[in-house]
Design a protein around this ligand. Structure first.
Ligand code: SPV
Ligand code: MG
Length: 577
């Protein structure tokens, strides 16, 4: 996940100095683009130090001129402009949080160097290393290349001007000695080191392209002496590309505090890329190249694509969930009052019941609402909802109407009975839940007398405890053991309020079970005397019996059912409060 490394310039810049002040030997790895930056920043291995297990990682990133140029297909001769380098630098900074040391080449003209310092410091870079060669420099590692050293006084002036322009004391300017690269004697390097230290530089990098570390070890000894002489203690840096048999601990023991592995991610990627290209050409397919490649998924993971996928899914689960309201049945209680209209059109405070439901759902960012109409179909009216029809509403149960909306279920959905009013918080809490099937259940049922003529869907929770004054139960334990209208109210722990949520998986399980029942069952089924009249709760009970986990979300208030005139009065009272 790349946003995990998200940081600000002011949070990053001082990290390098802080590590050095702690006396840590700073281990640095090259990065040349965002992806290699993530690898350098995030790679960790388990190791051992003095018999103790340790987690090892790089402490900082090296933005190399060699690898930045090479990744653009260019030689390392200061032909890649500073703006282009800054683009790469920012690309890496955007996905990493470790301190960055930038390879500033010669630093260019002294005036240009001031702009370089200012822009790097502003971006959150911790240090720039400039080499004492004449612009445009040539890379240091190739034998036989002409290396032109800068006049040490001219270079010292560049250091002074750079140090003056920086705004914080977190930013470091390090001078890189190219004397040994240019074939000059050790004495030249030592003299230059003295001049640069006196000009106020924050550290010295001694470069070498020998196979052995002998000459840089020799320099380190001189460095100790001049540091003593000048009463300074400035950071010493090395780049062990050619003398890479020398270990970090040997370099550290010799006095090096920053060790830069300067080009290895680019070189390893280059090798794998060439071999991959050759393998595909040779075999005329890519199968044989697979061992040379990471999986696509590994890259997806590294660059944060899998996090995006997860967030999209979460977003989908919390915002775009379709709601299905089965509202097709005829209501005997309100028959006269409704005068041919469906119950969803029952007026409460001058607004149809359905409109109140839509308002609550919209308040919870649920706008994809499907109403299943049947009785009084022509008079079912609501803005911003899809109305589907169950022409067969007189036969079967509400479940048939619900399944008229089957097409809407497959990515997960919410089911809401058409005669239920809830507070926003009930729906909001339901949206937070992650279980695949969750029914909203009122636990105050034991304290209410069942109302005459009302059908209640009762629940018996799986973990029935003896009533206790206080208890805490984790919501994941809240599973339904039994559900149905024929459960003895005295043994019921909850009442199902007619609001349920199904995840994508939960919806798949529901549809699969429903299809199987419709296809394969006959006669009496669960509480239904005939399969043709089996209900939503019969289906849920069947799912429980088949081993699917059905959870309930416990509430004790915040909802109303509209089953009689008394309920309407209660609802109106609530709305007017
Ligand atoms: C770089 O990585 O660009 C360096 C180190 O400057 S070297 O290539 O060894 O010169
Ligand atoms: Mg370089």
């Amino acid at each position: 996940m790349t946003l995990l490394n998200n940081t600000l310039p002011e949070q990053r810049r001082g990290k390098l100095k802080a590590l050095l002040e702690k006396g840590k030997t700073v281990r640095v790895l090259e990065a040349h683009n965002g992806l290699s930056g993530i690898i350098a920043n995030n790679t960790r291995v388990k190791g051992e130090s003095e018999g103790q297990p340790v987690n090892r990682e790089f402490d900082a990133l090296w933005e190399s001129s060699l690898t930045d140029s090479a990744s653009k297909g260019h030689p390392d001769i200061e032909v890649v402009t500073f703006d282009s380098r800054l683009h790469t630098i920012n690309e890496i900074l955007a996905v990493t949080d470790k301190p960055m040391i930038v390879d500033g080449d010669t630093g260019g003209d002294v005036n240009a160097f001031e702009y370089t310092v200012s822009k790097l410091e502003r971006a959150g870079v911790s240090a720039v290393i400039i080499e004492d060669k004449v612009f445009p420099k040539r890379n240091s590692l190739e034998a036989g290349v002409q290396q032109n050293l800068e006049d040490p006084e001219v270079f010292a002036q560049k250091i002074r001007r750079g140090k003056k322009i920086q705004k914080t004391n977190e930013f470091m300017i390090i001078a890189r000695l190219e004397s040994l690269i240019a074939g000059k004697p050790m004495e030249d390097a030592v003299n230059r080191a003295k001049i640069y230290l006196q000009a106020g530089v924050d550290g010295i990098m001694i470069h070498s392209k020998l196979k052995s570390a002998d000459e840089i070890f020799e320099f380190a000894e001189h460095y100790k002496e001049i540091s003593k002489e000048l009463n300074l203690n400035k950071t010493l840096v090395c780049v062990p590309t050619t003398y890479n048999q020398t270990t970090e601990s040997e370099l550290s023991a010799a006095g090096f505090q920053i060790i830069i592995h300067a080009n290895h991610l680019l070189r390893s990627a280059y090798k794998a890329m060439v071999e991959t290209a050759q393998t595909i050409l040779r075999d005329q397919r890519s199968l044989e190249a697979d061992p040379l490649c990471s999986t696509v998924r590994e890259i997806f993971k590294t660059v944060g694509f899998l996090d995006v996928k997860e967030k999209d899914q979460e977003n989908e689960q919390t915002t775009n969930v379709p709601v299905i309201i089965p509202a097709a049945g005829e209501d005997p209680v309100f028959k006269e009052m409704l005068n041919g209209k469906p119950k969803a059109m029952l007026e409460i405070c001058g607004k149809p019941l359905l409109q109140h439901q839509i308002q609550t759902l919209n308040n919870c960012n649920l706008a994809d609402i499907t109403v299943i109409a049947g009785y009084g179909r022509d008079q079912m009216q609501a803005d911003g909802v899809t109305i589907l029809e169950n022409p067969n509403f007189n036969n079967g149960s509400m479940l048939n109407s619900l399944f008229v909306g089957k097409e809407r279920m497959s990515n997960g959905f919410i089911m809401l009975y058409s005669d239920i009013l809830t507070e926003d918080t009930v729906i909001q809490n339901l949206m937070e839940r992650r279980e695949d099937i969750i029914l909203v259940a009122d636990n105050s049922t034991q304290y209410h007398e069942p109302q005459e003529g009302n059908i209640h869907d009762f629940i018996i929770g799986k973990h029935q405890h003896k009533p206790a004054r206080r208890q805490i139960r984790f919501s994941s334990e809240n599973k339904v053991a039994k559900i149905g209208s024929k459960i003895n109210p005295e043994t019921a722990s909850h009442e199902f309020i007619g609001l349920a949520r199904f995840s994508k998986t939960g919806a798949e399980q529901l549809i699969e079970t429903y299809n199987d029942i419709v296809k394969n069952y006959k006669g009496q089924f669960q509480e239904a005397d005939d399969i043709s009249r089996f209900t939503f709760t019969d289906l849920i009970q069947e799912m429980i019996d088949r081993g699917f986990a059905v959870h309930y979300m416990e509430i004790h208030k915040g909802w109303l059912e509209i089953h009689n005139a008394e309920h309407i009065a209660l609802a109106e009272k609530s709305f007017n409060e």
